[in-house]
Design a protein around this ligand. Structure first.
Ligand code: MRU
Length: 353
């Protein structure tokens, strides 16, 4: 990590709490919250105080490890039953990002072989820390792999925030920009504001400026004009869940950018760790799409911008079909073609390691 990297961590383990950067309050305020109960953890994930698929998984993992410390039994089977209940509750916090269930399942598996409750409790803490440590290295590798796709002088578009604060460190879609800076490669980002809750404007613009990366903010409706006028050479975004055939759920607006990229004949890339793939799902139609509070659309920052009674449709994510995706950049390399075959091969190889 370059010395000048000044983006704070979004999640940290503290012995008696999970410390998170409150992303609801950015950019006005850099505030930290100390989550101490299952309800705190659930609320933080549900209300986007912590968000972004990998960061959601890491927070839930720390939350489960923390809550498990106060399960009061010395019987391992009874402990695992209680652990399963907490896991099931936390798993309901948000439906689309598969990193949530992926991380929680990993934690439960780490406790299953324990010979005592104390051992299980220790395993859970170690596993949650391990998930965070691995995610940082995974994101760094995604950035390295993505870097080969860009050249100095390129202007690249993104949406939402798939950056350092959405992960352990570096981010997925934003990782190559941090790495480019250390190599004196000059890349410029155009960040879409990302209505309704403005992760692009509030979070991506803020974090890239903290990290000293060149960023220009546009509203979502400026994407086509900007692609044309600013010579955008690629689009790169994150993902919340990728089906076996490469169809990808990501922040609402991503699908539209993919269609625009095709119209302008520029490559459209997804950057995501293997923990964001859900190979149990054959295609995007089977990915659950979260629908959120209509007031996120009727209000901006607490200010009413539409009639309170107007019916609202507020899907938080959309699905980009794989045939609009030029490549999925993972920590293991870039999947560019024959998505289904390549994803299957990747996961068969993973199962052997
Ligand atoms: O609703 P959010 O802010 O959690 O949505 C986040 C995204 O869509 C990100 O692109 C995705 O989770 C990847 S974060 C590395």
């Amino acid at each position: 990590m370059p010395e000048q990297f000044a983006v704070p961590r979004s999640v940290e383990w503290e012995e008696a709490s999970v410390k998170i950067l409150n992303q609801q309050k950015l950019p006005e305020k850099t505030e930290y919250l100390h989550l101490t109960t299952k309800e705190d953890v659930y609320d933080a994930i549900q209300t986007l105080k912590v968000r972004g698929a990998p960061a959601i998984g890491i927070t839930a993992a720390f939350g489960l490890a923390l809550c498990a410390q106060s399960i009061n039994t010395s019987d391992v089977s009874a402990f695992l039953v209680e652990l399963g209940k907490i896991k099931d509750e936390l798993n309901q916090a948000r439906p689309t990002a598969v990193n949530l269930s992926w991380a929680l399942n990993r934690l439960v598996i780490s406790a299953e072989d324990a010979k005592s409750v104390n051992e299980a409790k220790t395993n859970l803490i170690h596993e949650a820390i391990q998930i965070q440590v691995e995610d940082e290295e995974t994101c760094r590798q995604i950035g390295q792999n993505a870097l080969h796709l860009f050249k100095s002088g390129d202007s690249i578009m993104t949406i939402c925030n798939a950056g350092s604060i959405a992960t352990s460190r570096y981010g997925t879609a934003l990782s190559p920009f941090y790495l480019a800076k250390t190599k004196d490669l000059d890349l410029h980002i155009y960040a879409c504001e990302t209505r309704p809750v403005l992760q692009g404007a509030r979070l991506t613009a803020w974090e890239l400026m903290q990290g000293g990366i060149d960023v220009t903010l546009i509203t979502d409706s400026m994407a086509a004009h900007t692609m044309k006028e600013k010579n955008i050479s690629a689009v790169i975004v994150g993902a919340d869940r990728i089906a076996r055939n490469g169809d990808t759920a990501n922040k609402i607006g991503t699908y539209g950018l993919a269609i625009l990229a095709k119209a302008f004949q520029i490559p459209f890339f997804i950057a995501a760790p293997l923990s964001t793939f859900d190979v149990s799902i054959s295609c995007g139609d089977n990915i659950p799409i979260e629908e959120r509070d209509p007031d996120e659309v009727r209000l901006i920052n607490g200010t009413q911008i539409a009639p309170q009674e107007v019916p609202v449709f507020n899907p938080a994510f959309d699905i980009t079909p794989h045939d609009l995706i030029s490549g999925i950049i993972t920590e293991k390399g870039i999947i560019t073609d024959r998505f289904e075959e390549e994803i299957e091969a990747l996961f068969s190889a993973e199962a052997l390691t």
